[in-house]
Design a protein around this ligand. Structure first.
Ligand code: ATP
Ligand code: MG
Length: 422
C-alpha cells in the first residue's frame, strides 16, 4: 500500500462530526453582527509580505517569528495572512471604500501563524473580525464591545468570559511614557530575560505583556501608562467606560493590557476565559487610528476586534453547549422493482414542499434491515419506506425512528407530518 499523507502539523481537518457545531457558531456570529447593520468583506488569503510588516509591525511576535512567508514563482515575497485587519484596511483603501464614507465591515476565515501547536493554538486557525472606519468617538468602541457581549449571551457562554479594558493613549502620549518606562527597565535590567531586553529598545510596551513571573513582579512598580494619557485620550476612555456602565457591561481596567500588534492606540480590550487554560483570550481588539494613513490611505480613525473561532468551539465543547440541529431528518428507504425512481421523486418533492427539511436517500441497495440501520447511523428522526405496494397505491410507510411507531400515509399526509420536524 502507498504511504499515506498527513495534514501539516497544527492544521486541522474539520470533520463531519465537528462541522455542525462550527456552522452553528458561524451562523450565530453572522446573525449577531448583521443585527448591527455591518456588511461582509472577503479578502484574499495571500498578500504582499510588506503589508504585514508595515501594518502589524516588524517587532511583533507575529511578524518576527510566526509568519508563513515564501517567494512565489516571480520572486515576489508573499505571506499567508496571519490576521485580517491589515488585508481589510488594504482592501478598503484600494477600493476607495473609506475616502468619504464610513464603513462597518466584518470578515471570517483562516489565518496562519507558525506557532507551537497546542490546545487553543494552531498554525491554521480561524478568526472572525469586525472593523469600523471613519468614526472617532467612544460610542462605536462601546458598540463593538456590546456586540461581542450579545454574542456571548447568544452562545450561552457569557458567564464564562470577562472583559479587560485599557487605554494605551496616542502615539504622543506613548512616546513620553516610553521614555519613563525604558528608564525604569534599565534599572532592573539584571532581572529581564532576553526577549524583554530586546524589546526594551525596540518596543518597550511589549515588556508589560510578559508572561515571565519574575518580570511581572517588578512591573508593579513601573510607571503607569494611565498617568501619561493626554486630555483627549482620557476623555475618550472615560466616555467609553460611561457607555459600558450604562449598558450594564462589566469590565476590569488592566493597566498592563497592551495587545500584541503595533497598530493599536487608545482603546484596547480582551475577552478572557478561565475555561481553556493558558490559551484564554477568545477575542481582542481596539482602536487603530493611524493605520489607514500608515498604509497610504487618507487619515481615517478605525476600531475593530477579532475573535478566535477554535477557542470558541473549545468553550462550547467544554461547557457542553453542543446541541446542534440534526443533519438528516428523513431517510428514504426503497426496495423492489421501480421503487428507486419513486424514492428519488418523493425525496425531491419533500425538499420542495417542506423547506428546510433534510432528506437523505438510501443508495447501494440491501434489505430493509440494512437500510434502517443506516438511517439510525446518520441520526434520522424518520424513515420513509417505499416498496412496490406503496408505489402502486401512492402511499408511504412512515417509521418513527425515535418513538418506534409506524403508519401508512398518503403523500399529502406525509408532508403535513414531516413539516413538524423543521
Ligand atoms: P495569544 O496571546 O493567545 O497568542 P494574540 O494576541 O496573538 O493571542 P490576536 O492576534 O489578537 O491574538 O488574535 C485574535 C484572536 O485570535 C485571539 O484572541 C485568539 O482567540 C485567536 N488566535 C490567535 N492566535 C491563534 C492561534 N495560533 N490559534 C488559534 N487561535 C488563535
Ligand atoms: Mg499570539
Amino acid at each position: 500500500m502507498a504511504k499515506t499523507i498527513q495534514a501539516i502539523r497544527g492544521m486541522n481537518d474539520c470533520l463531519p462530526t465537528q462541522s455542525p457545531l462550527w456552522q452553528k457558531l458561524e451562523n450565530t456570529v453572522k446573525n449577531v453582527i448583521s443585527a448591527y447593520g455591518y456588511s461582509e468583506v472577503r479578502m484574499p488569503i495571500v498578500e504582499e509580505t510588506n503589508l504585514f510588516s508595515r501594518a502589524v509591525g516588524e517587532e511583533t511576535d507575529v511578524v518576527s517569528k510566526e509568519m508563513y512567508t515564501f517567494d512565489d514563482r516571480n520572486g515576489d515575497s508573499l505571506t499567508l495572512r496571519p490576521e485580517g485587519t491589515a488585508g481589510c484596511v488594504r482592501s478598503c483603501i484600494q477600493n476607495s471604500l473609506i475616502n468619504r464614507d464610513e464603513q462597518r465591515v466584518w470578515y471570517m476565515g483562516p489565518m496562519f501563524r507558525h506557532e507551537r501547536p497546542q490546545k487553543g493554538r494552531y498554525r491554521q486557525f480561524h478568526q472572525c473580525g469586525v472593523e469600523v472606519f471613519g468614526l472617532n468617538g467612544p460610542d462605536v468602541d462601546a458598540e463593538l464591545i456590546m456586540m461581542t457581549a450579545r454574542l456571548w449571551r447568544e452562545l450561552g457562554i457569557d458567564k464564562h468570559v470577562r472583559l479587560e479594558l485599557n487605554s494605551i493613549g496616542s502615539v504622543e502620549d506613548r512616546a513620553d511614557y516610553r521614555t519613563a518606562l525604558v528608564a525604569f527597565l534599565e534599572k532592573h535590567v539584571d532581572i529581564l530575560d532576553d526577549d524583554s531586553k530586546r524589546r526594551m529598545h525596540t518596543n518597550p510596551l511589549r515588556v508589560l505583556d510578559t508572561k515571565n513571573p519574575d518580570i511581572q513582579a517588578i512591573l508593579g512598580d513601573a510607571p503607569r501608562l494611565s498617568d501619561y494619557l493626554g486630555e483627549e485620550s482620557k476623555q475618550h476612555f472615560s466616555g467609553l467606560c460611561e457607555l459600558l456602565d450604562a449598558a450594564g457591561i462589566e469590565y476590569t481596567v488592566n493597566q498592563r493590557l497592551v495587545r500584541g500588534l503595533d497598530y493599536y492606540n487608545r482603546t484596547v480590550f480582551e475577552w478572557i476565559t478561565e475555561s481553556l487554560g493558558a490559551q484564554g483570550t477568545v477575542c481582542g481588539g481596539g482602536r487603530y487610528d493611524g493605520l489607514v494613513e500608515q498604509l497610504g490611505g487618507k487619515a481615517t480613525p478605525a476600531v475593530g476586534f477579532a475573535m478566535g473561532l477554535e477557542r470558541l468551539v473549545l468553550m462550547l465543547e467544554t461547557l457542553e453547549l453542543t446541541d446542534v440541529r440534526r443533519s438528516v431528518d428523513v431517510y428514504v428507504v426503497t426496495a423492489g422493482e421501480g421503487t428507486m425512481m419513486a424514492g428519488l421523486k418523493l425525496a425531491e418533492s419533500l425538499r420542495e414542499q417542506v423547506p428546510g427539511l433534510r432528506v437523505m436517500s438510501h443508495f447501494g441497495g440491501g434489505n430493509f434491515k440494512k437500510q434502517f440501520k443506516r438511517a439510525d447511523k446518520v441520526g434520522a428522526a424518520v424513515a420513509l419506506v417505499l416498496g412496490e405496494n406503496e408505489v402502486a397505491d401512492g402511499t408511504v410507510v412512515v417509521k418513527d425512528l425515535i418513538g418506534g411507531s409506524q403508519d401508512t400515509l398518503s403523500h399529502s399526509d406525509v408532508i403535513t407530518k414531516l413539516s413538524q420536524l423543521v
